[in-house]
Write a protein that binds this ligand. Structure first.
Ligand code: ADP
Length: 466
């Protein structure tokens, strides 16, 4: 066993499908939090090179940027299709978000997933030493620590799951769920976003693997002790708040203001994904327009949703569904001088987004299932403390477990969405300020640096009791 109490902090090695290497902007978020810590510990970031080749290659490219080393792994076209588009995005993403109906269980996908996890484990073994802490990000790499162990490689390993862990009954429907669970159990520390996720994984491990709960965080599975840490991810709240008053932010906000006139802005900002509940949100707004004609002409709902992963069929269908819905709602409720729903299928810069959030009287965040939902936190960070807007938040976002001063709704209930937006629009200033202060305090206390430190601190106490 390695000595955990070293005088200098151990070197951190991050593993994720995508790295921040070569990206123009690293403003805020995970990339900065990881980058700082990696740079301080002379660390290494291992990930996919972003390059796809016709035939498999075993090349690992070593590069450096701003004090951080990178080991970049290539993929062949078949591997990318089987591992990324296939197993990660067409099996794990839908199932973990409770959409079993959308999962495509193809055994070739799983073979590609195993093979890429093995390839990354080999890269970890080759590029790290026993004293390093290897921190693996997300559902692309459930099996990485297992492959390390099988190859006789001893490392301290942590895994953070950014997406939800579903009810055991749902997880069990994945044909290879036991292999995935054995993968989870090979890590020393597993971090999850919400108490709900911890309860689900805890129950699954108990029922399927006979895991025994030792204390609040530790489970004994055979002769292995797994630390399961509740570690909700945060944002750079103060940095984001500052960017909401930047020149770029104000310019974007002014552009939209000119269009809005005196109308109140209700904003939605999401990747276009079926987990985000966009059709249900549009229906909720239609219900609002239907029930409250006095709002016609007085509010503007703007949904920003750039297409993502458009090669997967469900995403193309969603796009079509949103096009149809917004067309129908605008046709039904719009007027010569009023467009009820503005739907923009494109992305904006972070600073522009911050300016748009700040302008919005209501932030509408209504996913059907979401690991955390950072947009909810960004919306709060961007508000003007003297005249803050109101967050309407789905009970099924991880963020709802922390952000209890938002208006929490069931996104499937279009009446509830409509009533919450109505309530938000009518909310008196003192209540808006009181709710906002509590929410802002929360996102500052548990920001992105807190998240990183809280996760890594689990290594101080992980492992069997003395
Ligand atoms: P997910 O990781 O599922 O996409 P999150 O809400 O946790 O959902 O994170 C989304 C991130 O992407 C946020 O930082 C948000 O600012 C950014 N984002 C979402 N939609 C857009 C958009 N239309 N333009 C630019 N950035 C966006």
């Amino acid at each position: 066993m390695t000595d955990l109490k070293q005088s200098s902090p151990p070197r951190l090695v991050a593993v994720s499908n995508r790295t921040a290497y070569g990206s123009q902007t690293r403003a805020g978020g995970l990339a900065v939090a990881l980058w700082d810590t990696l740079a301080e510990s002379g660390g290494l970031w291992i990930g996919w090179s972003g390059k796809i080749f016709d035939v498999p290659r075993r090349r690992v490219q070593l590069v450096e940027e701003d004090g951080v080393s990178f080991a970049l792994v290539d993929m062949s076209k078949a591997e990318y299709e089987g591992f990324y588009l296939g197993y990660a995005n067409s099996v794990l993403w839908p199932v973990m978000h409770n959409r079993l109906d959308l999962a495509v269980f193809d055994s070739d996908y799983f073979a590609a997933y195993e093979s890429i996890n093995r390839r990354f484990a080999e890269a970890v073994e080759a590029q790290t030493s026993e004293t390093d802490i290897v921190w693996v990000q997300d559902y692309h790499f459930f099996l990485l620590a297992r492959h390390l162990k099988d190859g006789g490689c001893r490392r301290r390993t942590g895994f953070f799951l950014h997406i939800p862990f579903p009810a055991p009954e749902v997880f069990r429907s994945i044909p290879n769920h036991m292999t995935l669970a054995e993968g989870i159990c090979a890590y020393d520390v597993v971090g999850l976003q919400s108490p709900h996720d911890c309860a689900n994984l805890g129950r699954y491990l108990h029922e399927e693997m006979g895991a025994e709960k030792m204390d609040d965080e530790r489970y004994r599975i055979g002769d292995h002790v797994l630390t399961m840490r509740l570690c909700p991810i945060g944002i750079d709240a103060e940095g984001f708040s500052l960017s909401a008053t930047s020149e770029v932010a104000e310019k974007a906000s002014n552009r939209l203001s000119r269009f809005l006139g005196k109308r109140n802005l209700v904003i939605g900002v999401d990747r276009m994904d079926y987990s985000k509940g966009l059709p249900q949100r549009f229906e909720g707004m239609a219900t609002l327009f239907d029930k409250y004609p006095d709002l016609h002409g007085n509010i503007s709902f703007t949904q920003i949703a750039p297409p993502s992963r458009s090669v997967v069929e469900e995403y193309a269908q969603l796009r079509q569904q949103l096009d149809e819905l917004s067309g129908r709602i605008n046709g039904d409720y719009g007027d010569l001088d009023w467009i009820p729903i503005r739907y923009l299928a494109r992305g904006y810069d972070r600073e522009e987004l911050a300016g748009l959030y700040r302008l919005a009287r209501v932030g509408l965040v209504t996913p059907l299932q979401d690991g955390m939902n950072l947009v909810a936190k960004e919306y709060i960070a961007a508000q003007d403390p003297d005249d803050p807007g109101v967050l309407v938040l789905s009970q099924f976002a991880g963020a709802a477990q922390q952000m209890t001063d938002a208006l929490i709704i069931n996104p499937h209930d279009r009446n509830a969405v409509a009533e919450a937006v109505r309530e938000a629009l009518q909310m008196p200033l003192d209540e808006r300020q009181r709710r906002w202060r509590a929410l802002y305090r929360g996102i500052c206390e548990q920001d992105i640096n807190w998240w990183r430190d809280h996760f890594l601190a689990a290594f101080d106490t992980s492992g069997p009791a003395d």
